[in-house]
Design a protein around this ligand. Sequence first.
Ligand SMILES: Cc1ncc(COP(=O)(O)O)c(C=O)c1O
Length: 353
Amino acid sequence: MPIDRLLDFSASIYPDGPSPRVIEAVSDALRSPRQLRQYPDLKSSDLRANLARYTTAPADNILVANGGVPLMSATLRAIRTRKCLLPVPAFGEYRRILEREKSEIRTYPLVPSANFRPDLHQLIGSCVEYGCDTLILNNPHNPSGVTVDASEIRWMITHADRHGIRVLLDEAFIDFVPEESVSADVPQSGNLIVFRSVSKFFAMAGLRVAYVIAPQHRVPAIASLLDPWSVSTLASQAAGAAVKDLRYISNTIRRNSEEREQLTRALTGIGLTVFPACANFLMLRFSIEHASENVWEQLILDHGIVLRNCETFEGLDGRYMRAAVRGRDDNQRLVHALASVLNRSVPNLRINS
Ligand SMILES: Cc1ncc(COP(=O)(O)O)c(C=O)c1O
């Protein structure tokens, strides 16, 4: 099957984005030879001001770059991380960045019996036991979708501070549940650094814009380790337009939440284990027998549907797959395809429209 005919549930990017405002902003910038000739603003002042309004964190605490990886690398180097606690499974780049930055890594297993939810007491206890100076946490968590309440995250940050532990919190998917963000707490809490992105919620992964919100005293050191002009004029204007589009923001939150709930019900209805999630993807568990029958391959070959096979995530195996939450018709196609591959009869498969 040609690749452009596959239905991609493997990438967790909002399928109806980006906002028309983003397309307009890019088109306007492209029509201006002067803008294209010039270097972008070295400080990305307009973009940082827009991100400040969106997150309610001060612009002076925000730095931008062309992705989360350069921001996290610069931060780990700036704060001189020596030993880091990494809950696993986790976004694979964390380990690669930590290894490149020569940080020792200790892992903390997130387990299915707790729905992959970290025990925050234990997490800090493990940092103390192993002598970790840094903790990387991802909320909502990729790949499980688990989301810890902001109040619990706040408790953990204070507790971590008492032990001199810096918390690097990746909020790449928090825009789907903005009430659980602690971005605005950064200026008051010396040990919290938050990473955010416009790639997922605003569906702009190709334009490459991410940002970090760091305490004032950390900003110069992180900035000095970032490449200059890494965010282009086009990307900067597009991201600025995205975070100002309040209509896109509220519609996306509402639609994603409705579709996620419907999809969870439908997938549970055909007998799959679906882990409770708050972002735009669901982690599913198949039985051993189905994992070995290779549901993943069959979905592609027979139905043109691609899931994210989670066996490459540390601590997971071929029974786990991640499915993005797409629009109603696509989600329905996924449920029907899975029912057929698993050979399930599904009287309650119907999804309300
Ligand atoms: C948890 C998490 N954080 C960060 C990123 C990086 O996002 P970006 O560099 O596109 O901002 C990803 C990308 O998949 C991710 O899954």
